[in-house]
Design a protein around this ligand. Structure first.
Ligand code: 6R9
Length: 651
């Protein structure tokens, strides 16, 4: 054990960046960070114009920001092509033969795509989409495994001005169906299947089910990945390899306006229906580019790896767009972290010499549980910077990540952000910010963050409140697709002209921000957002269920586990078989990630006299096994005894 590893890390540990790291970083002192942050808040037009100059604009903007709360226009009047910036620009600048994507499939197959090859593949797919009649602003639904073609599909849409909407490969047919209906997609890009922990996820079969009764989708492009048996519908379904063979590998990237829609990504909110978060081109491009440059300190020689899936916002901003806009080499991996064993990630880092590694706290906790022996076999000395995202990281996991993976030498950037924010908002800058377990530390450039109490007053140090952003930022969401009212009501109605994140937070005396967790009915399970209302509506759609309430319970590895309380219809028997059926039913309606950890049958749910389910009591019950909180507003106190007995397993 090295000397560094004897350091005891707890929540009070503060680690300053090393001199070596600071020296080579873009921002190397707190004074420089403060100066730049001040300028970015007070003179956003100057700050962002300077950052945007690194990128290629077919026509320059007339105005950096036009803000009529809650609607922002960034880089107004400009014309650009995001795909041209992520791909062609690097070929033009001499990076044509540099590896853009080093990919490893779960079964062990490997591929490297240079920037030039990526350009040719993207152009081919752009030409295929055009040939299939896809036009600017048309929506294209992508349901793909973690293969380079997922990135190629996204970039091809961006190139022709079509709007991609990715559905995570773990979501079910019914989830796809909802998203197809809401976005009125005209085309779909998918694959026969996807490898996951040695098995095949039947993507095309799920898609076929989702497309039943659909009349907007005219063509489905299918990548051959697992060679599993699938059906191809004549006149609708086309093979990726056949279509791309028919078209040229060149395509001229046209400029689109800066506010041209780039993608829709659905995320969970506090009601049953997922929200289609809409992001646009110019601001999102500048936001993802700039955060990668400063937070991940991306340099020409870096080998960067983000372990997210392109189906989530992290995969959009920090696999597809940000890293490619910065022209780095990145690693992409298809499968599970424990396939064939828990050493897979570390073997990939050793093999490709990964320098920057970005993952989620839930993965870190799972690695700790699996044991150090899986890490010890590998040489991780290429790493120089680590990142986390998705949920608060507990000090024990932080300490293990810092010492065991980072060898006590790599800064950790704990990045707080959301599907809605498009890019990281609160994070250390690795060359200057002192890092501390459990805090995402300070706001990024252009981010004016505050923690407010219910009356809109700023909270004092250490007092928890609601996290808000007081000024617009380039990569912010522009609306909820097709629902402006919901956009205003959800994000902009709590405090005048300010964005409400839905998270509770507190600031310490030094200004470090600690995220306490969601204030709404959104769960964070293994870093994935799930709405309790979505799971409840899936449950009550089952013929045996009369009523259901879903709450989160603290979980060592996942962060939160899903716990359901279910009241059955009269005459239905409470059996274990039915519990299994309900679990599978949720899996079918939403996707496997939503399958609950516990289902409890309850003769009744605790309700207020006005009929509202008192979730706070259920939360307390699952966390502690008891209900001690105020129950005076409860309609029927007898249900409490029954619930406590059911949790204790004595019912
Ligand atoms: C990027 C992403 C957003 C919610 C967010 C918050 C939680 C994300 C975090 C974090 C503490 C961090 N969250 N990063 N909490 N520390 N570094 O995860 O987007 O899927 O939309 O989730 O995740 O609660 O509000 P998304």
């Amino acid at each position: 054990m090295s000397k560094k590893q004897t350091l005891v890390i707890d929540e009070n540990t503060e680690i300053k960046p090393s001199k070596e790291f600071s020296k080579q970083a873009r921002v190397s002192s707190m004074a420089q960070y403060k100066r730049m942050h001040k300028e970015s808040i007070e003179k956003p037009h100057i700050f962002w114009a300077r950052e945007a100059k690194d990128l290629k604009w077919q026509k320059k903007w007339d105005k950096v920001l036009d803000w009529k709360a809650p609607y922002a226009e960034w880089f107004k009047g400009a014309k650009l092509n995001v795909c041209e910036n992520a791909v062609d620009r690097h070929v033009e600048e001499g990076r044509g033969n540099k590896a853009a994507i080093i990919w490893e499939g779960e079964p062990g197959d490997k591929r490297i795509l240079t920037y030039q090859q990526l350009q040719r593949e993207v152009c081919r797919m752009a030409n295929v989409l055009i040939a299939r009649g896809v036009k600017s602003k048309d929506r294209v639904l992508i349901y793909m495994p973690m293969v380079p073609e997922a990135t190629i599909a996204m970039l091809a849409c961006a190139r022709i001005g079509a709007v991609h909407s990715i559905v995570f490969g773990g979501f079910s047919s019914e989830s796809i169906k909802d998203r197809l209906e809401d976005s009125k997609a005209v085309a779909v890009i998918t694959a026969d299947g996807s490898w996951r922990r040695g098995g095949v996820v039947p993507l095309k079969e799920n898609m076929d089910e989702a497309l039943k009764g659909n009349d907007t989708v005219k063509s489905v492009i299918v990548l051959k990945r697992c060679e599993n048996e699938i059906k191809m519908k004549k006149g609708r379904d086309y093979w990726w390899h056949e279509e791309t063979a028919k078209v040229p590998a060149t395509h001229k990237a046209k400029g689109f306006s800066a506010e041209h829609p780039l993608f829709i990504l659905y995320t969970s909110g506090s009601t049953g229906k997922p929200k289609g978060i809409l992001h646009t081109s110019g601001g999102y491009m500048v936001g993802t580019y700039t955060t990668c440059k400063y937070i991940f300190d991306m340099k020409e020689d870096d080998v960067y790896w983000c372990t997210a899936d392109v189906g989530w916002i992290t995969g959009h901003s920090y696999i597809t767009y940000g890293p490619l806009l910065n022209g780095v080499t990145q690693v992409m991996y298809e499968g599970g972290p424990n396939y064939p064993d828990w050493g897979r990630f570390w073997s990939i880092i050793e093999e490709y010499g990964v320098t920057i590694f970005y993952t989620a706290p839930t993965a870190i906790r799972a690695f700790i549980k699996a044991g150090d022996k899986f890490v010890d076999k590998y040489d991780l000395s290429s790493l120089r910077l680590l990142g986390t995202v998705g949920e608060p990281i507990n000090p024990a996991a932080w300490a293990w990540y810092y010492e065991k993976i980072g060898g006590g030498r790599c800064p950790i950037v704990d990045t707080w952000w959301q599907t809605e924010t498009g890019a990281a908002m609160i994070s250390p800058l690795p060359g200057c910010t002192p890092i501390k377990p459990g805090t995402a530390t300070l706001p990024f450039f252009g981010v004016d963050v505050a923690i407010l109490d219910e009356d809109g007053k700023e909270c004092k140090a250490d007092q928890p409140g609601r996290l808000v952003i007081r000024k617009p930022w380039p990569s912010m969401l522009r609306t909820i697709y097709g629902d402006k009212k919901r956009y205003r009501d959800t994000y902009w109605s709590d405090y005048d002209g300010m964005y409400t994140a839905g998270d509770g937070a507190r600031k310490d005396k030094k200004g470090n921000i600690y995220i306490v967790g969601r204030l709404d009915d959104v769960l964070n399970v293994s870093g994935h957002r799930l709405g309790t209302a979505e799971i409840e509506s899936a449950l009550v759609a089952h013929k045996a269920v009369a009523e259901a309430a879903v709450v989160g319970k603290p979980h060592d590895i996942k962060g939160q586990a899903v716990v359901c309380f279910v009241t059955l219809k009269g005459g239905v028997k409470e059996t274990d078989k039915l519990k299994t059926e309900l679990r599978n039913h949720i899996g079918k309606v939403i996707g496997a990630i939503a399958k609950p950890d516990e289902i409890h049958f309850a003769p009744g749910l605790p309700k207020t006299r006005s009929g509202k389910i008192m979730r706070r009591l259920l939360k307390e019950l699952v966390a502690t096994g008891k209900i001690t909180g105020n129950v005076t507003t409860l309609e029927d106190t007898k249900v409490i005894d029954a619930l406590q007995a059911s949790i204790a397993g004595t019912a």
